[in-house]
Every structure is written in C-alpha cells, then in structure tokens.
Design a protein around this ligand. Structure first.
Ligand SMILES: [Zn+2]
Ligand SMILES: [Zn+2]
Length: 386
C-alpha cells in the first residue's frame, strides 16, 4: 500500500533531498537516511508548504543558521512547514507508533534554558547550538537543522501534532501557520471574546489570525488589506469588516467601527506605515502584537504607547504549544485553513513551486509540494463538498 511505502520495515537507507548551494541554488541530491535519537522520530515527509521565510533563506541565508553561520554550501535542506507519517522511532519513544500521521512545528528548544522552561522555546537561549562541542540539542528544522524539502526528516516528539484521518495533507501543513497566529493571540492574553481585534496584512499568518481571533470569540474582527482577492478570503475566514488600505483612512475607519479604537491589533505586515497605524488605532490599555519582522528600523510615536497605556508584544514563531490549540480548531472545523492553500506541485518541481510562491503567480498564497505519487502540479482541485 502506498500508505506504508517507505516506513517501518520498508525504510530505504538513502533519501532524496534538496540542498542549498550558493544563494538561490537548490539541487536535488541523495543523502543518507537520518537516524532519530532519544525522544525523536523519523518522519516520512508527505507534503510541505512554502513560507515567505523559505524565500528569504534561499536569497539571504538569514534567519537560517547552520553550524553558527550562513547556510550556504553546507549540505543543508530548507523547508519547515511539513507533515507526514512516522517512519521509525528513536530509542525509548512510546508516544507514537510507525504509521501515525503527524504535522510538525518548527522549534524543539534545548529544553533546559530559562525560556524553554517557560514554554518560550522559539526564543531558546541555545538557538542554533546543535553542533560540535556546543551541542545543546536545539533543533529548528529548516532553520538550524535539516528541514522538509526532502523525503525524510528527524523530529523531536515535542514538535509533533497528530493529524486527523479526514484532514488533507495540504491542510495539515498549515498548522504551523495557524499556530503562529494563535501564539500571537496567546501572548496578547488570549481572552479576546467580545473584544475588538484588528489584523493588518492578509498574508497567510494574517488571514489565519482573522480565523483564530474569530474562533476565540473576538468581536468585531477587522482585517486591513489591499488585495481584494485576499480580503475576500479574510471575509470567509471570519472578518466582520474589511478595510481597503488603498482607498480608506484605516485609523479613522477602525475608530468608527470600534468606538474608541481596537482592543487588540495584530500587525502581520511589519512596515513603518502599518506599525504607525497600529499605534494610532489601538484603544487606551489595548495591546499590539508584532507578528512580522520589520526589515529596517521603524520610526513611530513611542510616547503614544506610554500616554495611552498600550502594550507592545513581539512574537517569534509558534511558541507555547500554540500549534496544538490551532489544530483543535482546525480538527473541529471551526475555520477552514485550506482556504489559503492555492497550489500543489510534486517535490521534484520545487523550483516551480518556489517561483509561484515568490511571484504570486495565479494569486498563489500557500503553495505546497508533495511527495505523494500522482501529484501533477498546479492549482488545488475544487473541494468536494461532503
Ligand atoms: Zn514558515
Ligand atoms: Zn532553550
């Protein structure tokens, strides 16, 4: 059965994997099969979603960090939003069995530093220290260790989330994205029922932040965006109002819709304009989450935060097991994360898939590559209504 291909007793001793040479230079090679250690399993990768951060890594190297430096020409395999099937167990693992369908979060912190002990393993103090004499056991697959553009990867069991039978491979790859949105709302306090939430920027994390905020009971949920095709998906995911940033005064409109300003703002765009909008649209005593990384220094009215008792939170990745809470909503069908999945290509066509994601060809949002036999490539098939 295809389901049991390459797992358990059928495990090959080599695998195919894409590796990064010079910037933008990917090649498909054979690598030895990785071996899971204590508290780890080998995952047969079935599908992996492409993230904007993958595109950054391919071009600039950062934020990937291999052996303490840039990831180029180190036999490193990128890709971090993958799902698959447990193919082998490391010593002592009884939490999973071979054949379990799982999706992954990125960061297995060192488990011993102050931040890991607080559940903030995406901010591990031993980030990237997983080599030579400094090996602290930290893994961030696709960033500091090999990732998912391959046939197999090793994962710590604390990075695995079970996938329900009826969920598609593609939807399961979106858990880490939804988990990042969930982490942002968790850091803001999580108690958003009946509170107003504004999400700026309808990228994958922003769109799923709309969905998660709505699922957590926020009211109203307001999305600020520019592309109508994406704003429309935001409406389907639960936005009560959508503000077109090109034609409307964003701050004035938020104040009109909320009375005194937003209780919570999640900035998923991270540029000078949106940071300033976030500060200006937040109610006194409100909270702002920065879910995007502004590339350059940003000028904004810091004093307005103090005068208005506004709290500012930065988040990195998907900490505090937020992926599990996101999966609970996805499994219950509270929102349909697959609305942001637009294309699937075979793993061999990774360069084409990356091009679709980078150039947003055919309104691409989340582009997935698959190791499943029979995947042809292109837009996702129309959903069967069951
Ligand atoms: Zn990502
Ligand atoms: Zn740590």
């Amino acid at each position: 059965m295809a389901q049991n291909r390459g797992i358990g007793s059928d495990l090959p001793d080599k695998m195919r994997a894409w590796v990064l040479g010079d910037p933008e230079e990917l090649s498909l090679i054979e690598k030895p099969m990785p071996t899971p250690g204590r508290a780890e399993v080998l995952v047969r990768i079935d599908a992996v979603a492409i993230c904007a951060t993958d595109l950054e890594i391919l071009t600039y190297g950062t934020p990937a960090l291999i052996e303490g430096g840039p990831p180029f020409n180190k036999n490193y395999t990128p890709g971090h939003e993958y799902m698959g099937t447990v193919a082998a167990l490391g010593p002592g693992v009884d939490e999973f069995v071979v054949g379990d369908r799982v999706t992954v979060e990125i960061h297995a912190g060192c488990g011993q530093c102050k931040r890991c002990r607080m559940g903030m393993y995406t901010s591990c103090h031993n980030y990237g220290l997983n080599y030579g004499d400094q090996d602290k056991g930290h893994r961030a697959n696709g960033f500091t260790t090999d990732g998912g553009f391959a046939e197999y990867a090793v994962n710590n069991i604390n990075t695995l989330i079970r996938v329900p039978d009826e969920m598609t491979d593609e939807e399961a790859t979106l858990v880490v994205t939804a988990g990042t949105s969930m982490y942002g709302l968790t850091e803001l306090g999580g108690l958003v029922a009946g509170e107003s939430v504004v999400v700026i920027g309808p990228g994958p994390i922003g769109l799923l932040a709309v969905a998660v905020a709505k699922a957590l009971g926020a009211a109203p949920v307001i999305l600020v965006g520019t592309r109508e095709s994406r704003n429309e998906i935001g409406r389907k995911l639960g936005a009560d109002h959508v503000i077109d940033a090109r034609s409307e005064d964003v701050v004035a409109r938020v104040k009109e819709l909320t009375g005194k300003g937003a209780d919570y703002v999640v900035d998923c765009a991270g540029n000078e304009t949106t940071v300033n909008q976030a500060v200006a649209m937040t109610n006194r005593g409100g909270k702002i989450c920065l879910a995007a990384f502004p590339k350059n220094a940003v000028e904004f009215n810091l004093g307005a935060l103090a005068v208005n008792n506004i709290y500012l939170y930065g988040i990195r990745g998907e900490g505090r097991s937020a992926t599990h809470r996101a999966m609970a909503f996805m499994e219950a069908g509270t929102f349909d994360a697959s609305l942001i999945h637009t294309h699937t290509f075979p793993m061999d066509d990774l360069p084409t898939a990356l091009k679709y994601a980078r150039e947003r060809i055919d309104d691409a949002i989340k582009v997935v590559v698959s190791n499943r036999p029979g995947v042809v490539g292109g837009p996702k098939p129309a959903k069967d209504k069951t």
